[in-house]
Design a protein around this ligand. Structure first.
Ligand code: NAD
Length: 493
């Protein structure tokens, strides 16, 4: 039996079904978990926890669809994506509202997320060019050599709750553009809006079996990533699970890209433009209620920048308008679940008992009219160091940690005492400091005067150190390389 939130599959308000071989079909699962609106606590669906039989059926459908899809010319595969892009544009405003309801973030944020997802579809439309190989005549007298990129078969994607529309779109459009077929296992916490995107893909002409969706949690994932008919795994989630996925799928001989958690540092130099910096950092920490792998939550003020930025962040945190995602003036919505709310609050408790000073306290936060929402107010902790759990672990909530440092050297040294390596930013008006930072930060996604250093679709997305396990990242040219095998042909005629 599952936990107390379990409900029998079939007893659902919103039908959440698996999508297998071109049809929405009920899972054979006997267990399900609730999807709730995080601002009201209302149950808006039940996600079936698919069984081995469901996973097998999804992988088999993808394997069956592979030969014909692989033989479809890339230019025709791209046309399906062009049509999908147009349909997504047409429906993005209604999807943004649906997404706000199941995730909690405001509509401006959900629209931004959908736009980022669409940009991946756009980029994948370039597949006839992106997939081209290389040729060299006369590698030896009368002998030519060429590389071709070929799809491999069935790929799977396991995705987290914080960007439930965008993150699946980091993966499956590239996988299918390159001629593979795909099985998506979305987050069980908010899988509803992406279901509608799958419908649009069908409307755009994606043949049956090319994209499949199987719902579930640990069990379904564990079976999927080791399935003998699966060639590779794209995963995004916490580092704890990313490590497991990398190990288990790797041992089963799969290609793996596993993107994990984060603890991102913002370095503020004394010469930084204070207005720009404060606005960027407040947006970075409290946007999406801190539930972003790029949230710049650990702020280090160098020299006298520390006092000035501290004052502005405290002011900014107090001014954040917390509310229901669909209400017009909301800047920051709830966190995803009661369980996560308790987790974030327990980090604030731990920080306080480890010696951090609580300058703004978001514990026990209430929002008028929404007594059952998962609210955590904007929080600011001062004097945070990596020895504290709040200084080294990912909180994934609206909590800023502040630290005073004497130099850029000291900031970089402190940052390297934390195991994660997803993103970092420097705020400065000095080109020399920015160059020094870029040279030495050792973190994969870097911002200069940018609060959320999110690469666009045509650049790679992914961290390093404990934030990423694998070699080829999401998006951009890496995505094409991940979903294809480069094969070499040497010819003499
Ligand atoms: P999570 O690790 O709990 O879950 C991610 C996925 O793994 C879900 O689909 C879930 O069903 C599945 N899963 C959970 N436990 C599993 C297990 N034991 N075995 C196999 N599969 C399992 O992550 P989450 O809470 O949904 O998402 C938040 C996390 O994702 C944060 O740590 C955040 O930093 C990270 N994230 C990282 C990036 C990035 O680009 N690096 C982007 C977004 C989110």
């Amino acid at each position: 039996m599952r936990d107390s939130h379990s409900a029998p599959a079939g007893d659902i308000d919103t039908p959440i079904r698996n999508f297998i071989g071109g049809e929405w079909i009920p899972a054979s699962a006997s267990d399900a978990v609730e999807v709730t609106d995080p601002g009201t606590g209302e149950v808006i669906g039940h996600v079936p926890l698919s069984t081995n039989a469901d996973v097998d059926a999804a992988v088999q459908a993808a394997a069956d669809a592979f030969p014909a899809w692989r033989a479809t010319p890339p230019v025709e595969r791209a046309r399906v994506l062009f049509r999908l892009k147009a349909l997504l544009e047409e429906h993005k405003h209604e999807f943004a509202r649906d997404l706000s309801r199941e995730h909690g973030k405001n509509v401006k944020e959900t629209l931004g997320e959908i736009q980022r997802g669409i940009e991946n579809v756009e980029h994948a439309c370039g597949v006839p060019t992106l997939m081209m190989g290389d040729t060299l005549e006369d590698v030896a007298s009368g002998i030519d050599c060429e590389t071709v990129r070929q799809p491999l078969g069935v790929f799977v994607g396991i995705t987290p709750y914080n960007f439930p529309v965008m993150i699946p779109l980091w993966f499956w459009p590239y996988a299918v553009a390159t001629g593979n077929t795909f099985v998506l296992k979305p987050s069980e916490q908010d899988p509803l809006t992406h279901q509608r995107i799958v419908d649009l893909a069908v409307q755009a002409g994606l043949p049956a079996g090319v994209l499949n969706v199987v719902h579930g949690d640990k069990e379904a994932t564990t079976q999927l990533i080791q399935h003998p008919q699966v060639e590779g795994v794209s995963f995004v989630g916490s580092s704890e699970i990313a490590r497991i996925i990398y190990r288990v799928a790797g041992a089963a001989g799969k290609r793996v890209q596993a993107l994990g958690g984060a603890k991102n540092h913002m370095i503020v130099m004394p010469d930084a433009d204070l207005d720009l910096t404060a606005e960027a950092i407040v947006g970075s920490v409290y946007g999406s209620a801190g539930q972003r792998c790029l949230a710049g939550t650990q702020v280090m003020g160098v020299g006298d920048a520390y006092g000035r930025i501290k004052e502005r962040i405290v002011e900014g945190a107090r001014a954040v308008k917390v509310g229901y995602g669909l209400d017009e003036d909301t800047f920051m919505g709830p966190v995803i679940s009661k369980k996560h709310q308790a987790r974030v609050e327990s980090y604030i408790d731990a920080g306080e008992s480890e010696g951090a000073r609580v300058l703004v306290d978001g514990r026990g936060f209430k929002v008028d009219g929404y007594p059952n929402g998962n609210w955590v107010g904007p929080t600011v902790l001062d004097e945070v160091v990596p020895e504290m759990s709040v200084g080294r672990e990912e909180i994934f909530g609206p909590v800023a940690g502040l630290t005073a440092v004497n130099s850029l050297d000291e900031a970089v040294e402190l940052m390297h005492r934390v195991e994660y390596g997803n993103a970092t930013s420097i705020f400065t008006t000095s080109g020399r400091a920015a160059r020094e930072f870029r040279y030495r930060a050792g973190i994969s996604m870097m911002g200069v005067n940018i609060g959320v250093a999110a690469p666009m679709a045509f650049f790679p997305f992914g961290g390093s150190r404990a934030s990423f396990f694998g070699s080829l990242r999401a998006q951009g040219k890496d995505a094409i390389a991940f979903y294809t095998d480069q094969r070499v042909v040497i010819s003499r005629w």
